[in-house]
Design a protein around this ligand. Structure first.
Ligand SMILES: Cc1cc2nc3c(=O)[nH]c(=O)nc-3n(C[C@H](O)[C@H](O)[C@H](O)COP(=O)(O)OP(=O)(O)OC[C@H]3O[C@@H](n4cnc5c(N)ncnc54)[C@H](O)[C@@H]3O)c2cc1C
Length: 333
């Protein structure tokens, strides 16, 4: 049986108090819904002496819309609230699809947006029990100095495996965070992620940073978005690969397009070179050219289940399917 390590739980009621506690208590960690962190504690991936619970922070569990149409999503918003939001379904349907695809109903009731954004990177050599990890001598991400996936000591390629992140990046979302000393910082979500999947290095914000909100700019008229997730089972499973698509269509013409690949490397990967196709109609030929660009941009590693060449191939197929859905599928209600 996997047992929980011992820790003391603190219950701040304001974001400021939470950040101050996190800075004061060495080795402490935030816990929101606990659906990622608590299994990781049982696997002894972390042994924090203190947990700063975020469940009593007020005012961070709301989905709001500014008069300009942009959306402000509180970090404590449960995934189930995102998945069930009429407002989001009407404005950014891809985000609703992404949230609804996460784990199972119980996880979505407990799990939060903030926890999903800050989800630890995942790898077959890391998400294992301590005896399993000890048997291979640890790895670059935990208790070792060698990445078994790429056979190198240079980089950890554990995959950013959150489902909302690629979709939010495709929607040009920005993150709002509170830092020690009351400093507030806002940055494009993509800039949160580094190339190094190790726990301490995976984010560009300091470890004490508390995510308070995610800001999604107004999707505007003609917005289309969808989320394609590849996984071993059709429920309660992390992505093996994902494709988030967001576009603006003016009649036949596509005037904006973002395609982002998730669950591939420590950073989500926006497909480059799409600007050349802006202004074109999404014909079969254009969709094929976009799918080819996604295939060329994909560099999956054997850090998750599924042959990398198969996952790469699926990048093309899922991009093609997603584009077809943007052209014809259900869109903002
Ligand atoms: C069986 C199973 C299947 C799952 N399947 C999926 C899946 O398909 N897709 C997916 O994306 N996830 C999946 N998950 C992971 C998890 O359920 C979700 O990612 C969830 O959104 C995590 O949110 P949480 O509130 O529970 O985070 P927690 O577990 O509480 O925290 C996760 C991390 O984020 C940090 N954190 C939390 N909130 C903040 C904040 N506001 N500011 C700064 N740091 C913060 C914590 O310190 C911790 O490091 C699965 C989990 C399980 C157990």
């Amino acid at each position: 049986m996997l047992r929980m390590p011992e820790f003391e739980v603190h219950h701040p009621t304001t974001p400021e108090e939470a950040v101050a506690l996190r800075a004061e208590l060495p080795g402490s960690m935030y816990v929101a819904g606990g659906t990622d962190l608590l299994p990781n504690l049982k696997h002894r991936l972390h042994e924090p002496p203190h947990l700063i619970a975020l469940s009593r922070l007020s005012g961070l569990d709301r989905i709001e819309q500014d008069p300009d149409g942009s959306l402000i999503l509180g970090a404590s918003t449960p995934l189930a609230a995102l998945a069930g939001s009429e407002l989001l379904a009407a404005s950014v349907p891809g985000l609703v699809e992404a949230a609804a695809s996460i784990a199972g109903p119980q996880h979505r009731r407990m799990g939060t947006l903030g926890g999903n954004v800050m989800l630890d990177t995942r790898c077959l050599f890391y998400n294992q029990s301590r005896p399993w990890r000890q048997a291979v001598g640890g790895c670059l991400k935990k208790d070792g100095d060698w990445c078994h996936v790429i056979g190198s000591a240079k980089a950890c390629v554990a995959a950013q495996s959150s489902d909302t992140v690629p979709m939010l990046v495709a929607l040009d979302a920005r993150l709002r965070a509170l830092l020690p000393g009351g400093e507030r910082r806002e940055l494009p979500l993509l800039e949160l992620f580094s190339r190094d999947g190790r726990f301490e290095q995976r984010h560009t914000l300091p470890p004490e940073a508390l995510i308070t909100h995610v800001h999604v700019p107004s999707p505007g008229a003609g917005h289309r978005s969808t989320y394609r997730k590849v996984r071993a089972r059709s429920a309660v499973d992390y992505p093996q690969l994902s494709i988030a698509l967001a576009a603006t269509l003016e009649g036949e013409r596509c005037t904006a397009l973002q395609v982002v690949i998730g669950a591939m490397l420590p950073q989500p990967r926006p497909v480059p070179g799409l600007h050349a196709l802006i202004g074109e109609a999404l014909t079969d030929e254009v969709c094929e050219a976009i799918a080819e660009k996604a295939y060329k941009a994909a560099r999956p590693q054997p850090q998750l289940h599924g042959e990398p060449s198969w996952r790469r191939h699926l990048c093309r197929i899922e991009t093609r399917r997603g584009l077809q859905q943007l052209r014809s599928g259900p869109q903002p209600r």
